[in-house]
Design a protein around this ligand. Structure first.
Ligand SMILES: *[C@@H]1O[C@H](CO)[C@@H](O)[C@H](O)[C@H]1NC(C)=O
Ligand SMILES: *[C@@H]1O[C@H](CO)[C@@H](O)[C@H](O)[C@H]1NC(C)=O
Ligand SMILES: *[C@@H]1O[C@H](CO)[C@@H](O)[C@H](O)[C@H]1NC(C)=O
Ligand SMILES: *[C@@H]1O[C@H](CO)[C@@H](O)[C@H](O)[C@H]1NC(C)=O
Ligand SMILES: *[C@@H]1O[C@H](CO)[C@@H](O)[C@H](O)[C@H]1NC(C)=O
Ligand SMILES: *[C@@H]1O[C@H](CO)[C@@H](O)[C@H](O)[C@H]1NC(C)=O
Ligand SMILES: *[C@@H]1O[C@H](CO)[C@@H](O)[C@H](O)[C@H]1NC(C)=O
Ligand SMILES: *[C@@H]1O[C@H](CO)[C@@H](O)[C@H](O)[C@H]1NC(C)=O
Ligand SMILES: *[C@@H]1O[C@H](CO)[C@@H](O)[C@H](O)[C@H]1NC(C)=O
Ligand SMILES: *[C@@H]1O[C@H](CO)[C@@H](O)[C@H](O)[C@H]1NC(C)=O
Ligand SMILES: [Cu+2]
Length: 577
C-alpha cells in the first residue's frame, strides 16, 4: 500500500505537469513574437516635381506595415541613423504594464539620439483591427509612419463577412519644405506654421497635383468582391473627409474596436483615428477615384485646400479605361470643407457592435476645457518672435494649463524613480475659471499658464471626463487622443456641456470604444474609462500644431496592489536624457 502511493505520487504530478504544459502550449501555440528592425534614415523622396531628403523607416514612405495577431508580441529594434532625435509611438496599443514602450518623447522615454537605438517590446492584449505607428518627436511623423494591423487570433474571425482582400489606406500630409524646418520656423516666430502642400494616399498625392499622376496609387478589385479598406488618418494637422466615387462604404470598426455596421458615402477622420470599411465592387467595371480632402472647422483659418486621390480599378475594366489611357476615372463628390453637419452625422452614427460594460459609479468626475490661447509677447522678446495675432505668440491649453515637456527626464522615469522638480501633480480637475466656453470669451481669459502638471489617478478608478471645446481665438474640432487606454464616447454635443440636462444624452448601452475623440467645434464630448494601466499617459490634441502649442496634459496612474497591477521594470536599453 505504502509503496504504491509513493510510486504513484511522482507519477501523478509529472502527469499533471505534462497535462498543464499541454494545455499551456495548445492555448498559446499561435501567439508569436515578431522581430522587426526599423532603421530611421534620411531618404530621397520625389514628390510634386522635386526630390526631397526626408526621414523614413527602412527607406520606405509610408513605412512598413506590421501585421500581427491579437495576443502576439512585437519586438521592434529602432536604430536611429538619421540626424534628428526620434521616438516611435504604437498608436492605440494599450501597452498594459509596458508604458516604457509607448513612445512619446519626454513623456515615457527620452529621445533615441542620432546613432542610438532602442528596442520596443510589447504584447497585443485583447485588441483587433487597424492601428498604426508613428514618430512622436517634433514633426517627424510627417514621413515616419505606417500601418499596424491586428488580425484575430488563429481560429477566430472578424465579426463580418470575410473580405476577399484588405488594403491599408494611409492618409498623409506632405510639405515641400522639411517639416522639421516648418515647425522650427513657427516655434521661432510664434505664428501658425505653414500649411501643407498636399495630402497623400499611401504616400502619393495623386492625379490632381503637378508631376504626380504617374505614381497615383491603384487599388485593384474584381467585380462582385467585397474588400476591407483600413483607412488611417496620419495627417499632421487636418481632419479629412474620405470617399470613393459611386461606392458605398460599410463601416465595421474604428481604432481597433468593432462597430455596429452602418453604411455611408463619406467618412471623416481626425488625425490619429482609423476606420475599417467594407466596400463591394458592385459598379460597372471602370476606374473610380478614391479621394480625401480637408474638413476644416475653424472659421477663417488658413488650411491646405487640395484633394488627394487614388484609384479603385476594376480588373475587368475595358482597356482604354485603364492606367495610361485618357479616360479619367469617375469623380466623387466631397462635402464642403466646412460641412460640420456631415462630420456630426458621421460621428454620432457610431455604436459598439454589442452591448458593452460602461463604467458606472464614477470615482473621478473631470471636466477639461480644450482650446487655443494667445501669449502676450514676453518682456524683452523681439517683435519677430511675436508674429501671432496682434504681436502675440500662439498657445493652447487644457484647463488653462499649456503643457510644457520636460527636457532632462521623461515623466515616466521621473515618476517611477521619484525624481523631484520635473512635474507636479496638481493639474486641475475642473477649469480654474468658469466662463461661457463657447461664447464671446473676454480677452482677459485668453492667455493660459505654462507648466508640466499631471493628474494622478488611483489604480482602478472609474473616470468620467467632459472635454469642453472653447471659442478662445477660434473654435475648432480637436481630435483628443489618450495614450494607454481606449475609452467609451458616451455623448457629444454643441455649446456648453450642461451637467443637468446633457446626461440624458448619455449612451451607457453600446457607445463606441476609441482612442481618439473629435471634440466638436464649439462643443463637447464625454468619455469614460477605468484607470487599469499604471504609468504616465499623455492626452493631447492630435493636430500636431496644437500639441506643440501646449494642448496636452498627462495622467499619472498609480500601481495597484495586485500582482499584475504594477508597471514592469524598464528595459535595459531604455533611453535616458
Ligand atoms: C513658409 O511660407 C512662407 C510664405 O510662403 C515662406 O516664405 C517660408 O519660407 C515658408 N517656411 C518654410 C519653413 O518653408
Ligand atoms: C501646377 O503647376 C502650375 C504651373 O506651374 C501652377 O500654376 C499650379 O498652381 C500647379 N498646381 C498645383 C496643384 O500645384
Ligand atoms: C477650395 O478650393 C476650391 C476649388 O477646389 C474652391 O472652390 C474653394 O473656394 C476653396 N476654398 C477655400 C476656403 O479656399
Ligand atoms: C462654408 O463656407 C462657405 C464659403 O466658403 C460659406 O458660404 C458657408 O456659409 C459656410 N458654411 C458653413 C456651414 O459655415
Ligand atoms: C487685434 O487688434 C485689432 C485692433 O485692435 C482688433 O480688432 C482684433 O480683434 C485683435 N485681434 C486679436 C486676435 O486680438
Ligand atoms: C529638471 O529640469 C527642471 C526644469 O528645467 C528643473 O527644475 C529640475 O531641477 C531638473 N531636475 C534635475 C534633477 O536636474
Ligand atoms: C454663451 O454664448 C453663446 C454665444 O454667444 C450665447 O448664445 C449663450 O447664450 C451664452 N450662454 C450663456 C449662459 O451666457
Ligand atoms: C464680445 O465682447 C466684447 C466685450 O467683452 C465686445 O466688445 C464685443 O462686441 C463682443 N462681440 C460680440 C460678437 O458679441
Ligand atoms: C488663465 O490663467 C491666467 C493667469 O492666471 C489668467 O490671466 C487667465 O484669465 C486664465 N484663463 C482662463 C480661461 O482661466
Ligand atoms: C535630443 O534629445 C536630448 C535628450 O536625450 C536633448 O538633450 C536634446 O536637446 C535633443 N535635441 C533636440 C534637437 O531636440
Ligand atoms: Cu486641437
Amino acid at each position: 500500500m505504502e509503496a504504491y502511493i509513493i510510486i504513484l505520487k511522482p507519477l501523478c504530478s509529472s502527469l499533471l505537469a505534462l497535462l498543464f504544459l499541454f494545455v499551456l502550449s495548445s492555448s498559446f501555440a499561435d501567439a508569436k513574437v515578431h522581430h522587426h528592425d526599423f532603421v530611421v534614415q534620411e531618404t530621397k523622396i520625389k514628390r510634386l516635381c522635386m526630390a526631397h531628403n526626408r526621414i523614413t523607416v527602412n527607406g520606405m514612405f509610408p513605412g512598413p506595415t506590421l501585421e500581427v495577431r491579437n495576443g502576439d508580441t512585437l519586438v521592434v529594434n529602432v536604430m536611429n541613423r538619421g540626424q534628428y532625435n526620434v521616438t516611435i509611438h504604437w498608436h492605440g496599443i494599450r501597452q498594459l504594464r509596458t508604458g516604457w514602450a509607448d513612445g512619446p518623447e519626454f513623456v515615457t522615454q527620452c529621445p533615441i539620439r542620432p546613432g542610438g537605438s532602442y528596442t520596443y517590446r510589447f504584447t497585443i492584449q485583447g485588441q483587433e483591427g487597424t492601428l498604426w505607428w508613428h514618430a512622436h518627436s517634433s514633426w517627424l511623423r510627417a514621413t515616419v509612419y505606417g500601418a499596424l494591423i491586428i488580425h484575430p487570433q488563429e481560429g477566430s474571425h472578424y465579426p463580418f463577412i470575410k473580405p476577399k482582400r484588405d488594403a491599408p489606406i494611409l492618409l498623409g500630409e506632405w510639405w515641400n519644405s522639411n517639416p522639421i524646418h516648418v515647425l522650427r520656423e513657427a516655434t521661432r516666430t510664434g505664428a501658425a506654421p505653414n500649411v501643407s502642400d498636399a495630402y497623400t494616399i499611401n504616400g502619393q498625392p495623386g492625379d490632381l497635383y503637378n508631376c504626380s499622376s504617374k505614381d497615383t496609387v491603384i487599388i485593384p478589385v474584381d467585380s462582385g468582391e467585397t474588400n476591407l479598406l483600413r483607412v488611417i488618418n496620419a495627417a499632421l494637422n487636418q481632419e479629412l473627409f474620405f470617399t470613393i466615387a459611386n461606392h458605398k462604404m460599410t463601416v465595421v470598426g474604428a481604432d481597433a474596436s468593432y462597430l455596429k455596421p452602418f453604411t455611408t458615402s463619406v467618412i471623416v477622420l481626425g488625425p490619429g483615428q482609423t476606420t475599417d470599411v467594407l466596400i463591394t465592387a458592385d459598379q460597372p467595371p471602370a476606374r473610380y477615384y478614391i479621394a480625401a480632402r480637408a474638413y476644416n472647422s475653424a472659421q477663417g483659418a488658413p488650411f491646405d485646400n487640395t484633394t488627394t486621390t487614388a484609384i479603385l480599378e476594376y480588373k475587368s475594366a475595358p482597356c482604354p479605361a485603364k492606367k495610361g489611357f485618357s479616360i479619367p476615372p469617375v469623380s466623387p463628390s466631397l462635402p464642403a470643407y466646412n460641412d460640420t453637419n456631415t462630420a456630426t452625422t458621421f460621428a454620432t452614427s457610431f455604436r459598439s457592435r454589442t452591448k458593452v460594460e460602461v463604467p458606472t459609479d464614477i470615482d473621478e468626475n473631470l471636466f477639461f476645457t480644450v482650446g487655443l490661447g494667445l501669449f502676450n509677447c514676453p518682456p524683452k522678446a523681439r517683435a519677430r518672435n511675436c508674429q501671432g495675432p496682434n504681436g502675440t505668440r500662439f498657445g493652447a491649453s487644457m484647463n488653462n494649463e499649456s503643457f510644457v515637456l520636460p527636457s532632462n527626464f521623461s515623466l515616466l522615469q521621473a515618476s517611477q524613480q521619484g525624481i523631484p522638480g520635473v512635474f507636479t501633480t496638481d493639474f486641475p480637475a475642473v477649469p480654474p475659471v468658469q466662463f461661457n466656453y463657447t461664447g464671446n470669451v473676454s480677452r482677459t481669459l485668453w492667455q493660459p499658464v505654462k507648466g508640466t502638471k499631471l493628474y494622478k489617478l488611483k489604480y482602478g478608478s472609474r473616470v468620467q471626463l467632459v472635454l469642453q471645446g472653447t471659442s478662445i481665438f477660434t473654435a475648432e474640432n480637436h481630435p483628443i487622443h489618450l495614450h494607454g487606454y481606449d475609452f467609451y464616447i458616451i455623448a457629444q454635443g454643441f455649446g456648453n456641456f450642461n451637467s443637468k440636462t446633457d446626461t440624458s444624452k448619455f449612451n451607457l448601452v453600446d457607445p463606441p470604444l476609441r482612442n481618439t475623440v473629435g471634440v466638436p467645434v464649439n462643443g463637447w464630448a464625454v468619455i469614460r474609462f477605468i484607470a487599469d494601466n499604471p504609468g504616465v499617459w499623455l492626452m493631447h490634441c492630435h493636430l500636431d500644431v496644437h500639441l506643440n502649442w501646449g494642448l496636452a496634459m498627462a495622467f499619472l496612474v498609480e500601481n495597484g496592489v495586485g500582482e499584475l497591477q504594477s508597471i514592469e521594470p524598464p528595459p535595459a536599453d531604455y533611453p535616458i536624457c
